[in-house]
Ligand binder design. Structure first.
Ligand code: FAD
Length: 299
């Protein structure tokens, strides 16, 4: 119920205006969002060894594309992409997915070229359900030129097991997450237990396949299952990786890295941080109390 309300709040422009202009929200924003500029993301990325969404304006999509290109260049120039250490995650709707797949494909292709030039890779984030099919189609087309282009599967979606089977067959880089969007029963599992079981099934498919699985979760049980499957399938440590969000379970991030496993941290940044942050609050209502306390303390 609370999760639903918060996910609806993530799309509300009135609430967005209220919250993003309140100076009191700083503390919680800084916990989960690197800052507003590419330099902030580079700074945070360095300390560990990318947020505009849903653009409906071609000029803005082009500007966001340029921003991603600039980020890739900066990461490369700072030596942070060496060996694929830092890569760029792209929100397809932010580079014009809903303006038409042609625009988005051209923009994503430019980002892939810049990332390659900088010595790194790109992964296309999975967003709301309407974006899934066009995103996967663009990824499949661009993979002919950029085989290193990654994509994301959300275990909450009923289609995801089939997507995993298809993607594993291509041997590509696939990030598996639970999914952060509120989708209807007709296309998604809505019970936590079902989403987790679906994750485990997708995980098994990816770990048994010839691809490069990227397991994006903070869930201790799923992390444990990943470790067990890696042993069972005889996967080398460099043939898959764990992924977590900036600011979430940092001690566990360190622990996994210390075991020699690949551990990548997703570092969000940008002036348009509101929807991202509210999705995080929906996942962990405990954070909501912290957020409200910071608002209350300062107002
Ligand atoms: C690297 C990365 C990339 C992602 N990319 C996408 C994407 O492209 N598209 C998309 O829809 N979603 C994406 N997500 C978000 C994802 O779908 C989930 O919404 C988010 O990760 C929360 O799910 P969870 O797997 O951590 O499990 P949850 O069910 O949220 O949590 C499971 C357990 O993990 C632990 N845990 C979770 N959060 C915390 C916390 N804050 N502190 C301590 N313990 C905690 C707790 O033990 C909890 O019971 C991404 C997530 C990551 C990590």
């Amino acid at each position: 119920m609370l999760r639903r309300a918060l996910l609806a709040a993530s799309a509300s422009s009135r609430l967005r205006q209220l919250i993003t202009t309140a100076p009191q929200t700083r503390a919680i924003v800084e916990k989960y969002v690197a800052g507003e500029t590419a330099d902030d993301a580079v700074r945070v990325t360095r300390s560990l060894q990318a947020l505009g969404e849903d653009t409906k304006d071609p000029a803005q999509a082009a500007a966001v594309t340029d921003e991603y290109i600039q980020l890739a260049g900066k990461l490369g120039a700072e030596g942070l992409t060496h060996g694929g250490a830092a890569e760029v995650s792209v929100k397809p709707t932010a580079v014009g997915l809903f303006l038409g797949t042609r625009t988005a494909k051209e923009n994503i292709s430019r980002i892939c070229a810049a990332a390659r030039e900088a010595g790194t890779t790109v992964t296309l984030d999975a967003e709301e359900f309407a974006a899934i099919e066009p995103t996967l189609r663009i990824a499949a087309q661009l993979r002919a030129e950029y085989p290193e282009l990654g994509c994301v599967v959300q275990s909450c979606l009923r289609r995801s097991e089939a997507d995993c089977r298809a993607l594993a067959a291509y041997g590509v880089r696939v990030r598996l997450c639970k999914g952060a969007y509120d989708e209807p029963e007709s296309v998604a599992f809505t019970a936590r237990r079902e989403v987790d079981s679906s994750y485990a099934r997708c995980l098994r498919t990816l770990m048994n396949g010839p691809g490069y699985p990227m397991l994006a979760t903070h869930d201790p049980r799923l992390i444990q299952i990943t470790g067990a499957l890696a042993l069972l399938t005889g996967r080398a440590a460099d043939s898959f990786e764990y992924q977590m969000l900036y600011g979430i379970r940092p001690a566990e991030q360190r622990r996994l890295a210390d075991t020699g496993a690949g551990m990548r941290v997703y570092v969000p940044y940008g002036g348009d941080w509101y929807a991202y942050l509210v999705r995080r609050l929906a996942e962990r209502p405990g954070n909501l109390a912290f957020f409200l306390r910071s608002l209350g303390r300062n107002s």
